[in-house]
Design a protein around this ligand. Structure first.
Ligand SMILES: Nc1nc2c(c(=O)[nH]1)N[C@H]1C(S)=C(S)[C@@H](COP(=O)(O)O)O[C@H]1N2
Ligand SMILES: [Mo]
Length: 253
């Protein structure tokens, strides 16, 4: 059953077993959420912690398992697609834009949340304005140097706290967390925040990113247990599931 076509579309160097283990961890979380709902739990006072999430002290690293080669000095972010003025911003150009700090929470769909991360960087909204984003550019497709991508509706990135982050706790963002520059979307599951951002494409129509193509929710609201399209894990993923795959464990929680 190990066939090439099930793995088609994985960026090079990505271990399918890792993706499969991940997908199953999220499916377990969704199953927990469903039984919690059935028991009528999780409907109490609003909490900063989304239902079913566990707060972790350290900030885990989680990605496709491949650290891309990023040029910490020469890295650029391209903003293109439906805009009057496509841009290629280097780090100096980003540093010259208005800087904003934000203390925010980070929720991973596999079940951990890291509260109170102190970030700074530039607002995505400001960058889109600089590029002269067209009114009918209703969607974004954001790409990372590892071949990852995530899609977002434009209104979700026009909030004050959706940033292209260059600093965490006043120090340059470490490469493991997506340095020199990553996006953060605190109101959505963290998979929407692309690490090592290389390109932001402005689009009239929605085009799904890496996980969204693999059945993850296109709306991704952590406070609504919104993990998968239609609330259920797809029966099959576009990955091979080896019989001996380890259950997914986040690193250093
Ligand atoms: N480029 C890239 N960005 C990514 C990912 C990835 O695999 N590649 N994973 C996403 C997921 S699922 C999560 S939970 C967060 C994790 O960020 P961290 O490693 O800084 O904790 O990054 C998101 N952004
Ligand atoms: Mo995640």
């Amino acid at each position: 059953m190990a066939s090439d076509d099930v793995n088609r579309g994985l960026p090079s160097g990505i271990d399918p077993a890792r993706i499969a283990a991940r997908a199953r961890a999220v499916a377990r979380k969704q199953a927990e959420a469903t039984s919690r709902d059935a028991a009528g739990q999780g409907t109490g006072a609003p909490s900063r912690l989304p239902p079913g999430q566990k707060a972790v002290r350290k900030w885990p690293r989680l990605d496709l398992g491949v650290l891309p080669e990023v040029d910490l000095v020469g890295h650029t972010v391209r903003i293109d697609g439906l805009c009057r003025q496509p841009l290629q911003l280097d780090l100096a150009a980003i540093a010259a834009l208005p800087q904003h700090a934000s203390l925010q929470d980070f929720h991973c769909v596999t079940g951990w949340s890291r509260l109170d991360l102190q970030f700074s960087g530039v607002r995505v909204r400001d960058v889109l304005e600089l590029a002269g984003a067209a009114d009918d550019a209703r969607f974004l497709l954001v790409r990372g140097a590892d071949g990852y991508s995530a899609n977002l509706p434009r209104e979700q990135v026009e909030r004050d706290d959706v940033l292209l982050v260059t600093h965490w706790d006043g120090a340059p963002l470490p490469i493991e967390h997506g340095g020199p520059i990553r996006m953060v979307t605190p109101q959505l599951w963290a998979w929407k925040g692309v690490k090592w951002v290389t390109r932001i494409e402005l689009r009239r129509t929605d085009r799904r990113g890496f996980w969204e193509r693999r059945g993850y929710s296109n709306t991704a609201d952590p406070f609504r247990d919104d993990r998968f399209d239609g609330g259920v894990a797809p029966e099959t993923y576009a990955v091979e599931v080896p019989d001996d795959a380890e259950p997914y464990q986040p690193e250093e929680t």
